[in-house]
Design a protein around this ligand. Sequence first.
Ligand code: UTP
Length: 408
Amino acid sequence: MNHEQAAAKLAEAGQEHVLKYFEELSGEQKEQLLGQIEGTDFSSLAALKDGKHENVRGLITPLEVMQLSQIREREAEFREIGLDAIKKGKVGAVLLAGGMGTRLGSDDPKGMYNIGITKDVYIFQRLIENLMDVVKEAGAFIPLYVMTSDKNHEATVKFLKEHDYFGYQKEYVTFFMQEMAPACDYEGKVYLEEKWKISTSPNGNGGWYSSMYKWGVAQKAMADGVEWLNVFAVDNVLQRIADPCFVGAVIANQCEVGEKVVRKCAPDEKIGVVCLEDGRPSIVEYYELTEELMNARDANGDPAYYFGVILNYLFRVDALEKIREKNLPLHIVEKKIPCLDEEGRKVKPESPNGYKFEQLVLDMIHEMDSCLPFEVERNKEFAPIKNKTGIDSVESARELCKENGIVL
Ligand code: UTP
């Protein structure tokens, strides 16, 4: 793309300011910027202007959850089915580690955060230790696919390599990178992070499967016989990964997806709750939960929307293939976006200064024909680290680790 073509594309998108410093740039920087303009899809910014981003919800009704008492009754059966699938190499695990972790406020990838007290215990290490429990039980390694982003790929790969993958066999670890999306100010103008670079952020965790495919990693997994992918967040340090009982329950119930859920600790807890939307499995985000839904009761008189997702899903790969090219809704998230100020100086904002655009894995649930919400004990399996202190923090996760006999 030459300067003229870039200027035309930017004019159409109302982003002419991107070329503001063009004349000052070196030849290489000019090339880089023109290449980025060519490769950038500015349509999400148009959606912001048109107000088209507001997703209209369908009719919400309750979705039955497989609760702890029901799971206990059939635990042996589920475990056997799950372990059999794992031993046959049919289950892979996908670690979503492409996020920026801005709330935690560390410049390193979140998985590199050390939550240890008396010794080093990194988040990645905790996750791999949990996965190793299943590897030992099954006597088989589980392929681990790690999604990173442009912002943290190098650091993540280097860190895991330096720590010898915390004892995981490296042949079973594959990395792939997610896509990026432009970030903008409140008027929808993209920010520059360098005079030759538009600010970008990872495009959310909803694009994980299409990115895995773009990298050829999904095809390799399918060729290796992987039929199920357990996708999970980097920040839950009590996360059970490829849990045989969960895997077995989803297979036994012939569902396209399973989702681990916990009972909310308060009606307004900030987690998405499971439901049906127009008769299909879905998730209502906490900020979409009306008073009416919060207080609704099911046929047994229990709260109807009381089970929240913890970002641990088991997808059947053939069901993912059906939706690979589908565009998921775009969510607009207010964030702190490093950028250049009016004078072209670099700024690292203290508070949110604009929007980034994200697709979310929870929207994939609505694309599945059948879903098994599977209850787990929250104190044993849910210790997310979003913040340094307070709710869902390093502090609260340390307490929960202690409760579970994990020495930090
Ligand atoms: P969060 O929603 O907590 O987002 O991610 P975040 O970007 O990591 O953190 P904040 O909001 O800036 O503090 C939930 C999970 O999804 C992954 C994260 O790495 C985490 O495992 N994720 C999020 C991605 O892999 N890519 C993304 O673009 C966003």
